[in-house]
Design a protein around this ligand. Sequence first.
Ligand code: HEM
Length: 482
Amino acid sequence: MADEARSAGGGPGDQIPLIAVGPVAAPHPPRAHYDAPYRLFLGTSLALALFGGFLLAVLLPLAQALAWDWGTRWQALVQAHGQLQLLGFAGLFIAGMALRLMPRFSGRDIAFPRLVPALIPLIGGSVVLRALAQPWAGGFPRDAGLALSAALLLAGAVAFAAVVWGTLLQRESRAEATAWYFCLGALAYVAQAALNAAIVVEMVRRGLELAPLAKDEALIFVQLFGFLLLFLCGVATRAVPSLTGNARPDASSRAAAITLAVGVALYGVAAVWAAYRTPTQATARIEDAALLLVAAAFIAVTWLSGVARPRANRVARASQAPFHFVRAAFAWLVVAAILTAWYAVPALIDGKVIDAFATDAIRHTLTVGVVTMMIVGMGMLVVPEFAGRRIQHPGGELVALAVLAALNVAVVLRIWPAIDGVRWISVTRFWPMAAAGAVAIAAVGAFAFMFLQSYIEQRTPGWGSTDALTSRAAARERGERP
Ligand code: HEM
C-alpha cells in the first residue's frame, strides 16, 4: 500500500514511479521543476492509434480479403498506416514517457522546456497531414500538405533532439548507459526526419503517388530500429534489472546501445545508397551484416535486463500482471532476433537482401510484439494514472491478463502469413491479419479506456491525499467498494 501511495502521486517530488521491492540502489534525488505534459503525449498517441493506425490495420487487410477496389490508394494508405503507427502512436508515447523519465534518472532538469509543448503539434500534425494529403488529396493541396508535413516533422525532430541532448549531454547527468540509448535514438530521429524530407521533395517534384519503396524501407528501418527500439531498450535496461534482482549494467549496456546504433547506421547508409544509386551485392551484404548486429544487440539487451535470469522477484504484488507484458515483450524481442538471423544468414551468403515477407514478419514481431506490448506494460507500470488505478480498481489483474493474451494472439495472427511467405500468396492470407488488427485495436482500446477512466476519476480534489487513500483502504477492508 505504501508503495502504491508513493507511486500514485505523480507530483513534482516523485521518483521514477517504478518501485522495486527489496534492497536496491536508491534512486537519484529528484530535481525536476518542469514536468512534461505526459498525458497530452499519451492521449494524442492513443487517439492516433485507435482512429488512425490500428483502424487502418483492420481496414487494409479487409480491403484485400473482400476485394474492395482501392487501387493505388491501398498502398498509399499502407504508408500512412506505417507513419501513423511508428511516429504517431509509438513515437509520441515513447517521446512523452522519455521526457517524463529523463529528469528522474539523470537528476537534471529538462533542457529547453519551452520546446516540449510544441512537439505534439509538430509531430502529430505532421503524421495527420501526411495521412490526409498523400492518399486523399491531389494537385497543389496534396503537394503543399506533403511538404508542410515533412517540414513539421523536421522541426519537431530538431526540437526533440535538442531537448534530449540538452538534458543528457551534461557532465552532471547521472543517466549512465541510458543516455547513450536516448542520445543515439534522438540522432536517429533527426536522420529519419531528414530522409523523410528528401523522399517528400522527390514525391512532390516527380508527382509520385507513393514514396519510392526502397527509400521507404530505409526510412522505416531508421524509425523503428533507430528511434523506437533504442529508446525502448534504454528504458528497459534502466528499469528492469532492479525488478529482476540484478545489478544495473553500465559498460555492457553502453556496448549494446552502440552495437544497435552501428547496426542501424550501417543498414541505413547501405539501404540509402542502394535506393539512390544502384543496389549491389556489396550493399546487400552490408544490410544483412547490419541485421545480424542488430539481432545480437537484441539478445544482449534481453540478457542485460535480467528477465531471462531473475535472481529475485522485486516487482510489487500489485504490479505483477503488468510485468508479464514486459516479460512477453522480451520474449518477442528474442523471437525477432532469431527471425532476423534466420533470414539474414542465407541472404548474406547469397549476396541478396531479405525479401518483403521476411521484412514484414520481423517488422510486425517488433512493432506489435515488442513495441506495443512494452508500451502497454510499461504504461501500466509507470504512468501515474495506472498506479492510482491499482488503488481504485484493485481487481484489475484479470483485465490486464486478458489484454496481455489478446496482444499475444494479435502478434501470432499478424506474423503467421508473413512467415509462410510465398507458400501463402492467395488473398486468404489477409484474413488472419484483419483478425490481428481487430484483436489489437480491442487491446489498445481497453488500455486507452483504463487510462481515460483513471484520469477522470483521479481529478477529484484530494483524490491522492493520505486521508482519501486511508479511507479507501478501510472501505475495502470492510468489503465495500471504495
Ligand atoms: C495487429 C496489428 C497490425 C496489423 C493487422 C497491421 C497490418 C499491416 C498491413 C496489412 C501492412 C501492409 C503489408 C503489405 O504491404 O503487404 C502493414 C504495413 C506496415 N505496418 Fe502494420 N499492422 C499492425 C500493427 C502495426 C504497428 C503497431 C506498427 C508500428 C508501430 C506497424 C507498422 C507498419 C509499417 C511500418 C508498415 C509498412 C508501411 C510501408 O510500407 O510504408 N504496424 N501493416
